[in-house]
Design a binder for this molecule. Structure first.
Ligand code: ACO
Length: 450
C-alpha cells in the first residue's frame, strides 16, 4: 500500500469523498482501483476495520493486515502499564517502577495494578487481610498434587492445579458480577503461592507446610517453601525484601505473550482460573518465562572469566546468543535489570556470592562497550541477573518460571478486569490468509490408490 496526495489520485471513491477528512488521518490510494481513502488516526493507530472498505469490487472481502506475532498491532486500549522501550521507561498506572521498587510492597502494587490507584491505609490493610484469609487450598487439590510423578515440573503442576480451582468455585463463571470477580482475584493472588510451594515440596518428596496468616505474603511463601520442621522458622528479612522487589518488578509488562493469552482466552468469557492457567502455560515457554534459566546454563558453560573472549567471538559470529541480552521492546537498559543488579549484591551478602556473578559482570562490561551490541542496542534484560539471585536463594531452576507466574498473576488479573469494562471487548478471533487448495471432491477410500 502506498500513500499519495489527493492531487495525484486519478479517481476518488464516493464514500471517501463524503466522509470529511479528520484532522488526523492518513490518505491511502489503492492502485488496483485508483480509489483514495481517508483513514482516521486515533492515538497513533488506524482501526483495522477501516481497511475493509478498500475493495476491488463488491464481492471482495476487503483489505486486511498481516501481522504474525502482533509486532505492530494494538490489541486493546489499556491504562495499566506504560513502557517506552527506547528510553528504558516502565510505569505501572503512571508510577515509575523505580519508585515502586523502593517504596511499595507486592500486595500494594497488586492493588495499584488492579484498581488503578494507590490504596488508602485502610484499603491496604483490608486487602492484605483478605488475601491472607484465602491462602488455604482445598484438601482435594493437595491430593491432585500428591498424584503427580516425583519428577513432575512444578510449573506444569501449577498450570494444572490453578485450572482445577475452577471446579471448586463454580460461581466464578459469572464473570459479569464485579463482586464475584473481585473474590476470584483475591483467591487467585492468595492461592498461587500455596500451589507453587506445594508443587515444589512435592518435587522434593517433603511434606507440605501450610500457609500461616500471621506472616507477610512473601514471608508466608518462603516459609511454605523452606521450613521443613522448625516451629521458630523465620525467613531472612533481606531475602524476603529481595523477593518482594522481584515480585514488584515482575507484576506486569503490558501486552506480552502470557498477558495476550490471558486476554484472548478470557475474551471467551471463561472463568478466571481457566484464563490464568492459559496465561501460566504461555509463560512456561522458553522464549518467555524460561530465559533466566538459559542465562544460568550459559554462564555455567562459559565456566570462567578467561573463556569469555572466545564465547563473545562465537556470539558475534552469529553462532549463538548472549542470553539475558536484548529485548523486543527495550532498546535501552531494561529498567528492571538495573534494579535487580543493585539488589543482587545485598542478596549475596546473605547467601554468599554466586560464583557465576563475576562471569556475568564481565560479560556485561564487555558487551556494553562492544560495537556489535551497541549498534544493535542490546542491553541486559530482566533475566540477566534474576536467575543468579534465585539460584543463590536456593531455588532450583525448575522453580524460575513459577517465581515469575506468582507475581504476574496480579498483572494478568488487572488486564483481565480492565477488559471486562471495555465496551470494545469482543471475543479474540483473528483472520488468516488461506493458503490451502480450492474446493476438491471427496474421493472414496478404495479409489485413492496406494
Ligand atoms: N545475543 C546476540 N545477538 C543478539 C541478541 C543476543 N541476545 N539478541 C538480538 N541479537 C541480534 C540478532 O542476531 C540481530 O542481529 P542482525 O541484525 O545482525 O541479524 C539483531 O540483534 C536483532 O535481533 P532480533 O532477533 O531481530 O530481535 P528480537 O526483538 O526479535 O528479539 C529477543 C528479542 C528474542 C529477546 C532477543 O534479543 C534474544 O533472543 N535475546 C536472548 C534471549 C533472552 O534474553 N530473552 C529474554 C527476553 S526478556 C523476557 O522475555 C522476560
Amino acid at each position: 500500500m502506498s500513500l499519495v496526495t489527493k492531487e495525484n489520485t486519478p479517481m476518488s471513491d464516493s464514500r471517501t469523498k463524503e466522509a470529511p477528512p479528520t484532522q488526523d488521518h492518513v490518505t491511502v490510494t489503492d492502485h488496483r482501483t485508483g480509489r483514495e481513502y481517508d483513514l482516521p488516526i486515533t492515538d497513533g493507530t488506524i482501526n483495522a476495520l477501516e481497511l475493509r472498505q478498500i475493495k476491488v469490487n463488491e464481492d471482495d472481502f476487503g483489505l486486511m493486515t498481516y501481522d504474525p506475532g502482533f509486532s505492530n498491532t494494538a490489541s486493546c486500549r489499556s491504562s495499566v502499564t506504560f513502557i517506552d522501550g527506547e528510553k528504558g521507561i516502565l510505569r505501572y498506572r503512571g508510577y515509575p517502577i523505580e519508585q515502586l521498587a523502593e517504596q511499595s510492597n507486592y500486595l500494594e502494587t497488586a492493588w495499584l495494578l488492579i484498581f488503578g490507584r494507590l490504596p488508602t491505609a485502610t484499603e491496604l490493610q483490608e486487602w492484605e487481610a483478605e488475601i491472607s484469609r484465602h491462602t488455604l487450598i482445598h484438601e482435594n487439590v493437595r491430593h491432585f498434587i500428591n498424584a503427580f510423578r516425583y519428577d513432575a515440573h512444578p510449573m506444569v503442576m501449577l498450570i494444572s492445579t490453578v485450572a482445577s480451582l475452577s471446579t471448586f468455585y463454580k460461581e466464578a463463571s459469572d464473570i459479569s458480577n464485579p463482586e464475584i470477580r473481585r473474590l476470584q482475584m483475591i483467591r487467585l493472588i492468595a492461592k498461587m503461592p500455596t500451589l507453587a510451594a506445594f508443587a515444589y515440596r512435592h518435587s522434593l518428596g517433603h511434606r507440605y507446610t501450610y500457609p500461616n496468616n500471621q506472616l507477610s505474603y512473601i514471608g508466608n511463601f518462603l516459609t511454605m517453601l523452606f521450613n521443613l520442621n522448625d516451629r521458630d522458622f523465620r525467613p531472612d528479612p533481606v531475602l524476603e525484601q529481595a523477593l518482594n522487589l522481584l515480585f514488584i518488578l515482575h507484576a506486569d509488562h503490558e501486552q506480552n505473550c502470557s498477558t495476550n493469552a490471558m486476554r484472548s482466552v478470557g475474551s471467551s468469557r471463561v472463568d478466571p482460573y481457566c484464563s490464568i492457567a492459559a496465561a501460566t502455560a504461555a509463560l512456561y515457554g522458553p522464549l518467555h518465562g524460561g530465559a533466566n534459566e538459559a542465562v544460568l546454563r550459559m554462564l555455567a558453560e562459559i565456566g570462567s572469566v578467561d573463556k569469555i573472549p572466545a564465547f563473545m567471538k562465537s556470539v558475534k559470529a552469529g553462532e549463538r546468543r548472549l542470553m539475558g541480552f536484548g529485548h523486543r521492546v527495550y532498546k535501552n537498559y531494561d529498567p528492571r535489570a538495573k534494579i535487580i543488579k543493585e539488589m543482587a549484591h545485598q542478596v549475596f551478602r546473605v547467601t554468599g556470592k554466586n560464583e557465576l556473578l563475576d562471569i556475568a559482570l564481565e560479560l556485561e562490561k564487555i558487551a556494553l562497550q562492544d560495537e556489535y551490541f551497541v549498534d544493535r542496542k542490546l542491553y541486559p534484560n530482566v533475566d540477566f541477573y534474576s536467575g543468579l539471585i534465585y539460584q543463590a536463594m536456593g531455588f532450583p531452576t525448575t522453580m524460575f518460571p513459577v517465581l515469575f507466574a506468582i507475581p504476574r498473576t496480579c498483572g494478568w488479573l488487572a488486564q483481565w478486569e480492565e477488559m471486562q469494562g471495555d465496551p470494545a471487548n469482543r471475543i479474540s478471533r483473528p483472520r488468516q490468509i488461506y493458503t490451502g487448495s480450492d474446493e476438491v471432491d471427496y474421493v472414496p477410500l478404495e479409489q485413492r490408490g496406494s
